[in-house]
Write a protein that binds this ligand. Structure first.
Ligand SMILES: Nc1ncnc2c1ncn2[C@@H]1O[C@H](COP(=O)(O)OP(=O)(O)OP(=O)(O)O)[C@@H](O)[C@H]1O
Ligand SMILES: [Mg+2]
Length: 266
């Protein structure tokens, strides 16, 4: 267990017991990081894990919306900030939960954003968690560096999509993670194909896959290819992502559960 050695307030070091911290990273925006973070949280919860989600996308937070959590849902006391709790018990902290209204904008410069991410790690009463998932904004800028420096990451899940640009930019993320010594636990190619409901044939709507080359570059053999599934968008928009079923995620879920097992045995 990680006792919160990385810059957590001394009072919290005893209270927070976090088994593993995993970042969800992509190069390009809009490839499905937040959806995947939410779906992984749900899947790990269904396996009996206590899960938290730290929304490190301060200016474009989308985690509360996916879970149907209202703005203004964060409370705090002298001891720290209390996470919001979803219907199935996932603990969530996000800038959007601090705003008076869901569509209020956060127009902050880098240092303030960095400071808030640090607070989400250092001053939140997460309690005992098996897994804390960190949803990052796209790219390889400050928030990723802040998360890598402040939190004891077990590794990252890399999300890409079949567009060449996404593969190109995600390779930049691979290189940065290598430089920062963050292992890649899995590569997820989202929006990989559309399964024809009639024939079952897979149509590669956004072009041929680049996920294998991304996985090779990342030195990671775990590859999950997720279909285009309109029900995901509908459930996410309705704040009901906890009802989604995505069996294709199973190998990645197993990998993340395996990390906990290995750590527990160590
Ligand atoms: N496999 C999928 N099938 C259908 N729609 C999807 C799928 N994955 C994601 N989407 C939809 O694509 C949109 C973008 O997804 P999401 O917000 O998760 O991406 P993101 O990478 O977090 O974006 P950003 O870079 O802006 O943070 C959402 O409307 C989501 O519902
Ligand atoms: Mg997002």
């Amino acid at each position: 267990m990680l006792g919160g050695s990385h810059a957590q307030a001394p009072k919290l070091a005893g209270f927070n017991r976090i088994g593993q911290v995993i970042a969800v990273v992509s190069g390009k925006g809009g490839v499905g990081k937040s959806s995947l973070t939410a779906l992984l949280a749900v899947a790990l919860g269904r396996q009996g894990q206590k899960v938290g989600v730290l929304d490190a996308d301060i200016t474009g937070p989308s985690i509360p919306k996916l879970f149907g959590l209202p703005a203004g849902g964060l409370r705090g006391n002298e001891a720290g900030i209390l996470p919001a709790i979803t219907r199935t018990g996932i603990r969530v902290v996000s800038a959007n939960l601090m705003l008076p209204e869901e569509d209020a904008a956060v127009a902050w410069r880098g240092p303030l954003i960095t400071g808030l991410i640090q607070q989400f790690w250092g001053q939140v009463l997460w309690g005992k968690l098996d897994t804390l998932l960190v949803d990052l904004p796209p790219g390889t800028s400050d928030p990723l560096l802040t998360v890598v420096r402040q939190m004891p990451l077990r590794g990252a899940v890399l999300v890409t999509s079949p567009q060449q640009l996404a593969a190109l930019v995600v390779r930049k993320a691979v290189n940065l993670l290598k430089t920062l010594n963050v292992p890649v636990l899995g590569v997820v190619e989202n929006l990989a194909y559309y399964p024809c409901p009639q024939s079952g044939e897979h149509h590669e709507v956004f072009g041929p896959s680049h996920a294998y080359e991304v996985a090779v570059a990342a030195g990671c053999d775990l590859l999950v290819r997720l279909p285009i599934d309109p029900s995901l968008t509908q459930l996410g928009d309705a704040g009901r992502i906890e009802e989604a079923e995505l069996p294709e995620l199973a190998p990645l879920v197993a990998r993340l559960l395996g990390v906990v097992t290995q750590r527990a045995q160590a």
